[in-house]
Design a protein around this ligand. Structure first.
Ligand code: NDP
Ligand code: HSE
Length: 428
């Protein structure tokens, strides 16, 4: 095993505590033979394995006798990517939780695995303990997937839940998520939306059968969100969620991660804390939804160990070799332009409360072909800046961007309008 932090510790505990159950399931015993880390003292202090199993020497690690499967739970790219390549070139199956690596180098690594008679299993890389990789690859194989909508980052969902339900401020909620082991080593990856974007890239390749890279996904995170907007949304019947969205459109795949308002009665609105969920729309099966703990030590370790068992049991390497399900066999995805996307929008404008200001704003929207569906302004003293919230009917994203730029130029407006997308899930 490479890495022994949050996830690696959970893997070590499961392999230690459930050894007889796993031997019965896989038909052979599963034993941790060597653990590669950067700081041996830290790993030894965890007390999860004999000290002599722990090494900081990659050559000693790879020279260990009896390594049948390499488990990569270190994270990141660079040297870790080199270790994964080294394992695959030696024909060893790799189990990884590393979405950053797969989203950037997955197609190449899958091809490498195939050339060397190895395989890669990666259930833990997306949505922690939820078996959505297995569902997309195998359970829904008969379907053409048209769309999927996911809450794929436990840290962001935890932060949003703490802010909206318990009034905790953003920084405190992020610190809590880090202490609970949900956040990445660099939490900027979580709050910027990039971690969810990497997971969407991995899942979209499987769901749509097209090769998707992280750079195909445009990402906005939760780091710019303002509590005032979350509260206005709640007043209007919406909950805020960071959604990862993949949809087939006439212009190609639309792939994006951004905060959005969803109707507070939607099933995805009921997903709180570190839980994740993915709604998938298949042409034959219709709507299915997968829900569970998307981050944390034991849920993620459970997914890693399930992959180990599927390899040890023998069926997964056969499926890997014989089925055309993997990104290296796919054509590069055609990705739709974000300007052409149509949806509803929430706009908040800070406007001076004087005659005619609303007319100026609605004039800009009207000229851009944007139709208003609701307006909310609380009473304030005359002559003060006041937040004006506008919900639109479906509009082209490019038109909203252009209108927001024009509204910002109005004399009676003191800051850039806040724009939050409103997502209406497909019905049925
Ligand atoms: P941690 O930071 O807790 O642990 C990382 C471990 O990897 C540490 O033991 C670290 O060693 C070791 N490591 C890092 N770089 C190297 C290297 N170059 N060579 C050898 N060892 C290295 O991370 P997590 O356990 O949280 O995450 C691990 C992976 O699992 C990541 O890819 C993450 O994205 C993924 N993941 C995490 C989830 C979670 O909830 N935490 C959920 C799903 C996936 P040392 O301490 O000595 O530096
Ligand atoms: N940092 C990730 C999250 C871990 O918060 O979802 C699970 O991939």
């Amino acid at each position: 095993m490479i890495g022994c932090g949050t996830v690696g510790s959970g893997v070590a505990k499961l392999l230690r505590d459930e050894a007889s159950r796993y031997a019965a399931r896989a038909g052979r015993g599963i034993e941790l033979r060597r653990v590669l880390v950067r700081d041996a003292a830290k790993a030894k202090a965890r007390g999860l394995m004999a000290d002599e199993l722990i090494t900081t020497d990659a050559d000693a690690f790879f020279a260990t006798d009896g390594l049948d499967i390499i488990v990569e739970v270190a994270g990141g790219r660079g040297p870790v990517a080199d270790y994964v390549r080294r394992a695959l070139e030696a024909g060893k199956p790799v189990v990884t939780a590393n979405k950053a690596l797969l989203a950037a180098e997955g197609a190449e690594l899958f091809a490498l695995a195939r050339r060397h008679g190895a395989c890669i299993a990666f259930e833990a890389s997306c949505a922690g303990g939820i078996p959505i990789v297995t569902a997309l690859k195998f359970g829904l194989m008969a379907n053409r997937i048209d769309a999927m909508y996911g809450i794929l980052n436990g840290t962001c969902n935890y932060i949003l839940t703490e802010m909206t339900q318990r009034g905790i401020d953003y920084d405190t909620a992020l610190s809590q998520a880090q202490a609970l082991g949900f956040a990445e080593a660099d939490p900027a990856l979580d709050v910027s939306g990039q971690d969810a974007g990497q997971k969407l890239a991995v899942l979209a390749s499987l769901a749509f059968g097209e090769r998707v890279a992280a750079s195909d996904v445009w990402c906005f995170g939760v780091d710019d969100l303002n509590l005032a907007d979350i509260k206005f949304g709640q007043e209007l019947g919406y909950d805020i969620k960071l959604l990862a969205i993949g949809e087939r459109t006439d212009a190609g795949l639309s792939l994006r991660v951004h905060p959005c308002f969803i109707n507070d009665r939607e099933p995805l609105a009921q997903v709180h804390g570190s839980f994740n969920a993915l709604s998938v729309y298949g042409h034959a099966t219709g709507h299915t939804m997968y829900y569970g703990r998307g981050a944390g030590e034991m849920p993620t370790a459970g997914a890693v160990v399930s992959d180990i068992l599927n390899i040890a049991g023998g069926w997964y390497p056969v499926a890997f070799e014989s089925m055309n399900l993997w990104p290296d066999g796919h054509e590069a995805a055609e990705v739709a332009s974000s300007d052409e996307l149509k949806m509803r929008f929430y706009l908040r404008v800070n406007a001076l409360d004087v005659p005619n200001v609303m007319a100026q704003i609605t004039h800009v929207l009207g000229e851009s072909g944007i139709s208003i569906s609701a307006v909310l302004q609380h009473e304030s003293a005359v002559g003060q800046f006041v937040p004006v919230v506008i919900l639109t009917h479906e509009a082209r994203q490019g038109d909203i961007r252009a209108a927001a730029d024009r509204i910002e130029q109005l004399d009676a407006i003191n800051s850039a309008p806040v724009v939050i997308r409103i997502i209406d899930m497909p019905q049925g």
